[in-house]
Design a protein. Structure first.
Length: 217
């Protein structure tokens, strides 16, 4: 630390001169998606290992202090989250009399995509037994699923979940999804019985959804 001509201590001259912990806190306060250790290291001009150690030290510090927030590694990056113990307070503030939850139809559709990805609309509809076009469009708009190429045999568009889905679910990766094995035989049977009878849906055609799917997210 140096002093300016008025005798007042001058601040750091470069990003590399900043104290690492507070600098990480400042950056993570403004990110709109999880920040990777590589990106943070580049921005703050520090070795990745040093940044990784500092992030984990901050996360441990918040946990020990019992703060209302925590620093969590999700979807391949780091971001602040409110602690689960205070979910009721956060929900009361965010909703404030409004409903912002996924409908049952949307949850079911999202679950099929998560466990069967990459998967086409037709196969999702076969598993659920109804036309899922409307809900799939809404999931796309909300950034929870995305297009991921086409199916070689049919040319149908394939869909996968996004990093935003992982973030909202609090998962580091898809390998952390709960085990589904006990339910697979029933799901396979339902799909086998219904797949042949499901039409090829036009995503731009008017909705012909079941009653559940008419209510979007």
């Amino acid at each position: 630390m140096t002093e300016d001509t008025a005798g007042v201590p001058a601040g750091p001259r470069t990003v590399a001169d900043l104290e690492l912990g507070p600098a990480l806190e400042a950056v993570l306060m403004v990110v709109d998606e999880p920040a990777t250790e590589e990106r943070l290291a580049k921005i703050l001009e520090r070795p990745r290992r040093q940044v990784a150690d500092a992030l984990r030290a901050l996360a441990d510090e918040y946990a020990v202090q019992g703060r209302g927030f925590e620093l969590r590694l999700v979807a391949g990056g780091w971001r602040f989250h409110s602690r689960p113990e205070y979910a009721a307070a956060v929900e009361a503030f965010v909703l404030d009399g409004q409903q912002a939850r996924l409908t049952q139809a949307a949850l079911e559709t999202l679950a099929v995509v998560a466990y069967r990805q990459p998967v086409s609309r037709g196969r999702v509809s076969a598993v659920r037994g109804v036309n899922c076009d409307g809900v799939m469009r809404t999931l796309l708009q909300r950034g929870l699923v995305e297009e991921a190429g086409t199916e070689p045999e049919t040319g149908a568009i394939l869909y996968t979940t996004t990093n935003y889905f992982l973030e909202r679910m609090g998962l580091r990766g898809l390998d952390e999804l709960p085990e589904l094995a006990p339910f697979l035989p029933e799901a396979e049977a339902i799909e086998a019985e219904t797949l042949e009878g499901v039409p090829s849906f036009d995503p731009d055609a008017p909705d012909s959804e079941d009653a559940d799917d008419k209510t979007e997210l």
